[in-house]
Design a protein around this ligand. Structure first.
Ligand code: IPD
Ligand code: CA
Length: 301
């Protein structure tokens, strides 16, 4: 990923790395994300059970996470058989082309389980190796807010857009952002107890310096909310490539900045996002808070 998480100036219309058709990749991401979003809403069982758990007993996978991912994988493979695929659930594969599709079939699974409408399908076309922080970049992507019907989309150099039923597509552009003390900041928490303990210790130190915190429950929607100005900024430890790949590009194309704790590319240890100046102020606040937080097992990882 490019240093600082800021994407470069627009390339010639329609072309990208290795001659990729970026508008075409964005259109495909938007189409399949929307189809999977309809699937998870329309075919949600009345009684939705947990199919299995992952990192902890609260890190759940429903049958619809797997069905959404299966649909995404099948549609992307049919459209672009040479591309690689990396999803949050089981069933990734390497590809022969420079593109890997990085998907989160339901981001906000716990909201989905409880019927809270903040969950999304995230689909991103990336180049590089998405399993190595700093070694990949998103070139096109879409985040479909499943219950709301909203669609956030972008390709590199093409701006960030949101589509809502009955309204023309609207271009997203972050504002200057307020002072840190006035900033409404999104965050989230991991599924493992020792991670959450450390996150709570950091939050204790951040909270007195900002307006307030929101925990929406979908990292992809959090980042899109920053792009739209519905949140001023965002930070979270523990995100994976599939949580942020598409929404990172949406926010970057809207003029926002996404970095890790030291200002380089975001990684599992931290993601900090916002309009340029505010992002930098929040990044230093979170870095200071992280340095002061007790060194639990998680902090050493
Ligand atoms: C989670 C959500 C949540 C964030 C967690 C993620 P999932 O993804 O994005 O907001 O706090 O860190 O793991 O499990 O719902 O796909
Ligand atoms: Ca996720």
């Amino acid at each position: 990923m490019r240093p600082g998480g800021q994407l470069p100036a627009p390339e010639r219309a329609g072309s990208g790395p290795a001659g990729l058709d970026l508008p075409g990749l964005e259109a495909l991401a938007a189409e399949v994300a929307s189809e999977a979003a309809r699937l998870v809403v329309e075919e949600r069982p009345t009684r939705l059970d947990v199919a299995r758990t992952k990192s902890s007993a609260t890190d759940v996978v429903t049958v619809m996470d797997q069905r959404s991912q299966d649909l995404l994988r099948a549609r992307l493979r049919a459209a672009r058989p040479d591309d690689g695929f990396l999803g949050e659930e089981e069933g990734g594969r390497a590809g022969a082309s420079p593109v890997t599709w990085v998907v989160d079939p339901i981001d906000g699974t716990v909201n989905y389980l409880y019927g809270i409408p903040s969950y999304a399908v995230s689909v991103a076309a990336v180049v590089g190796d998405p399993s190595v922080p700093g070694a990949w970049e998103t070139v096109a992507g879409a985040v479909a807010g499943a219950a709301t019907g909203e669609l956030f989309r972008a390709h590199r150099g093409g701006g960030a857009w949101v589509e809502r039923a009955g309204a023309p597509p609207a271009r997203l552009q972050v504002g200057a952002g307020p002072e840190l003390a006035q900033a409404l900041v999104g965050t989230g928490f991991g599924y493992e107890a020792h991670v959450r303990e450390w996150q709570a210790a950091v939050l204790l130190r951040v909270l007195p310096s900002i307006r307030d915190i929101r925990r929406i429950g979908s990292a992809a929607l959090d980042l899109c909310a920053v792009a739209e100005g519905a949140l001023d900024a965002y930070f979270e430890r523990g995100l994976h490539a599939w949580d942020l790949a598409a929404a990172w590009l949406v926010l970057a194309e809207a003029g926002g900045v996404v970095t890790g704790l030291a200002g380089g590319p975001p990684d599992w240890s931290m993601v900090v996002a916002g309009p340029p100046d505010l992002q930098e102020r929040l990044r230093s606040l979170v870095a200071e808070a992280a340095a002061q937080a007790p060194r639990t097992r998680q902090a050493a990882e």
